[in-house]
Design a binder for this molecule. Structure first.
Ligand code: ZN
Ligand code: ZN
Length: 263
């Protein structure tokens, strides 16, 4: 088989995996939403269809670099993905997990904040914010330009930072879980976590909800570190009332916490 055909098949397989993972995870959380909060997505049917369309297009965009990397790993051992758990000391497993999450978060924070500049927002990021309020189907609802920025980060990291294949699977699982969970319109984590010491540093649905309500601030993905360090953390949201009302309470929160309304 020619290399071009092998790469194309690998990209197709990855697209199907990413698309299938999206349908299963978002579908699962949408079902959980229906059971726990019946009627929460009522009237959002047209929006959800749009979210699914954009998300499946994003799955193809994510599948291409992932497919190329998977082929390069299998055929040429180009990446730093390893399968022998003893290739590095065992303490490296959690360290690599944390390093990937931290690096991904850093990339996400800065590209996301960058895409909130008015011109770029219209081109690349408005699609994601068309969901008002977002649902579990909005996890990958990105314009192709935004999808590209998200699709390249993990495939690039596997060339630089060694990672065990199972830890990589865990990174992708956390990415999926948080991507869906942060958009589903209710909080899956216990109140004690969200409002306790852990919630001061971890991003939850309650935190990301505030980003969608205010259209600014809270740009991070997993951790609140960059938002806090750069003064863009606007606190936790409430899920209550309309987006406009949430926006108003946001600005009040931002004013109280002294957060700079960043663009
Ligand atoms: Zn945004
Ligand atoms: Zn979002």
């Amino acid at each position: 088989m020619s290399a071009a055909l092998a790469i194309a098949l690998s990209a197709l397989a990855m697209t199907l995996i990413v698309g299938g993972r999206y349908l299963l995870s978002s579908g699962g959380f949408a079902l959980a939403t229906r059971l726990r909060h019946p009627g929460l997505y009522r009237g959002l049917e047209t929006q959800m269809r749009r979210e699914i369309g954009w998300s499946l297009a994003s799955a193809a965009i994510y599948g291409i670099p992932a497919g190329i990397v998977a082929w390069g790993w299998q055929a040429h051992d180009w990446t730093r993905i390893y399968t022998d758990v003893h290739a590095f000391p065992l303490w490296y497993l959690p360290v690599s997990l944390f390093a990937y999450l931290l690096l991904h978060d850093t990339w996400f924070y800065w590209t996301h904040r960058w895409m909130h500049q008015p011109r770029l927002f219209r081109i690349a990021h408005a699609v994601h914010h068309q969901s008002r309020p977002p649902t579990a189907w909005a996890a990958m609802s990105f314009h192709p330009w935004e999808a590209i920025t998200g699709a390249i980060v993990i495939p690039a990291l596997v060339f630089i930072v060694p990672i065990h294949v199972a830890v990589l699977g865990l990174v992708l699982a956390i990415m999926t879980l948080m991507g869906v969970g942060n958009h589903m319109g209710w909080e899956m984590f216990p109140r004690a976590l969200v409002h306790g010491p852990a919630g001061r540093w971890l991003i939850t649905a309650t935190h990301h909800e505030q980003h969608h309500a205010a259209y600014r601030g809270n740009y991070g993905l997993y951790f609140r570190f960059w938002d806090k360090a750069c003064g863009t953390d606007i606190g936790l949201g409430s899920f209550g009332g309309t987006a406009a009302a949430a926006g108003r309470s946001d600005r009040a929160t931002a004013a109280r916490s002294g957060a700079r309304p960043d663009g």
